[in-house]
Design a protein around this ligand. Sequence first.
Ligand code: FUB
Length: 303
Amino acid sequence: KLKWVALVATASFFISGAMAQNPIIRDQFSADPTARVFNGKVYLYPSHDIIAPVDKNLRKDWFCMEDYHVFSSENLTDWTDHGVIVTQTKVPWLTKANYDMWAPDCVFKNGKYYFYFPVGGKIGVATADKPEGPYTVLEQAVKGAGGIDPCVLFDKEGKAYIFTAGGRIRVAKLKDNLIETDGAAQVIDNLPTKGLIEGPFAFEHNGKYYLTYPHVENQIERLEYAMSDSPMGPYKFTGVIMDESKSGCWTNHQSIVQYKGQWYLFYHDRDYSPKFDKNRSVRADSLFFNADGTIRKVIPTLR
Ligand code: FUB
C-alpha cells in the first residue's frame, strides 16, 4: 500500500509540475529573455544554453551558447518554438566559433525586424521581414558599439538608443539605419560601479525611462532599476525588482513588457539544472507599478 501511495504522490508531483507556470520553456535550456510584443503576440528572444560539446576544448564550467531560437505565444503558457534564427557558423565577420552568443534583443522599424546579438565582443545584427524570421545576418557588426547584452530603446520621438554592457553599462544614440551609433557611447553615471556588469534592459512607461539591470553584491545577481526623464540619463537608482535567487543561480537577466493590459517580468533561474547554473531556464511573472511609477518587487512564482 505504501508503494502505491508513493507512486500516486510522484505522479501528481510531475503532473502539477507539467502544469506549472515556471519555467516557461521546458524542452531546452534558455536564458536572458527579451520579450517583445509584435503583431498581437509575445515573441521571446532568449539566449540558448547548451552543455559544452566534449570535442571543442571548451571550459566545462562556463556558459556555452552557439545559436538563438525565437518563441512566440498568445497566452504566455503555450509557446511555439520557431527554431534556430541565428547561429555562430553563419556570422560573416566572426573569425572563430566562440560559443558566446549571449543576451540578444529584437526591435521593429520601417517594416523590418532587427535582431541584435553579442558575440566575440561585438554586436551583430540580423534582419527579417517577420519576427520569427528567416533572419539574414548583416555583413558588419554595429559600428560604434561593442561589449555584451544589447538592448535597443526607442524614445517618445522614435529615436533609437543602444544600451550595452561590459564592466559598466553604456548607451549610444543609433543612426536611423539602426546599425551604426550616432556619436560615442557614454557610460551611465550614478549607478553602482561594482557588481553592475551586464544585462541592461531599458523601456519607457508614462513618459519616464526605466533602466533595469542585474546587480551583484554577494555572489548572486538581484534585479534593480533606475529612472530618468531622458534615455541617456541622468538615471537615479530607484529600487529592487527581484531579490537574489534562493536557488543559487549566479546570474539573472530581465526584460519587461506590457501585453493585453498586464505588465510582465521575464527572467531566468536554473530550474532544470540545480547543480550547474550555466544551464538556465526562462521564467515569467506579472509585474505591477505603483501610482508614482515605481515598480513593486516581483516574487518568483515557483510552480
Ligand atoms: O548568458 C550569458 C550572460 O549571463 C548574459 O549575457 C548575462 O546577462 C548573464 O545572464
